[in-house]
Design a protein around this ligand. Sequence first.
Ligand SMILES: [Zn+2]
Length: 185
Amino acid sequence: MKLEKLACNSCGAPLEVPESANYVTCNHCSTQLAVNRSESVTFTEAMDLLVEKTEEIGEQLSDLSLHNQLAALDRLWQLEREKLMVAGPNGSLRIPEEAASARGTATSVSFLVLWTLVATGITGVIAISAFPFGVVALAFPAFGINGIVSTLKSSAAEKDKARRYRQSEKRYLQKRAELTARLES
Ligand SMILES: [Zn+2]
C-alpha cells in the first residue's frame, strides 16, 4: 500500500494517507478530513467546511429539481450537525451550548477548588509528618488540580463547538430559505 505525505488542513500536522483513501482523521487534532485529488495536487479539507461548500454543490446540482437540492442540503446539514453535537451524560448527543457549558464549568471548578484546598490541608500534614513516603498522599490534591485543568479544557472545546454549530446552522437556514423561496416562486 503506497502512502502519500499530506498535511492536515486544520492544524498543519503531517499525515501519511493511503493513496486509495478518500477520508482520513488527523491523528493530531482529530479533525475529519476529506482527501481531494486533482491531476496536479492532492490536499486535505476539513469536513466541517463542507456546509460552506453547499452553495457550490447547489450549483453543480442545478439540473436537479429544487426538491432534490433541498433534500441534499438537509442531508448535508444532518451530517454536519452530528459532528458538532456533544455527548450528554447518558451517551446521547446534544447541541453544544455556551451558556450550559459555562454553568457546568463554574459548578465543577468550584467543587474541585474546594476539594483541592481541603485535600492539600489534610495531605500536606501527612506529607510532612511521614516524609518521604507521606508525599504519596499529595496525589489527592493533584487529582483536584488535574480535574480543574481538564474541566476548563473541555469547557473551552464545547464553547468552540457551540460557536461553530451556530455558524453552520445559520448558513444552512439561509441556504434553505433561498431554495424554499425559489420553490414557491
Ligand atoms: Zn490536524
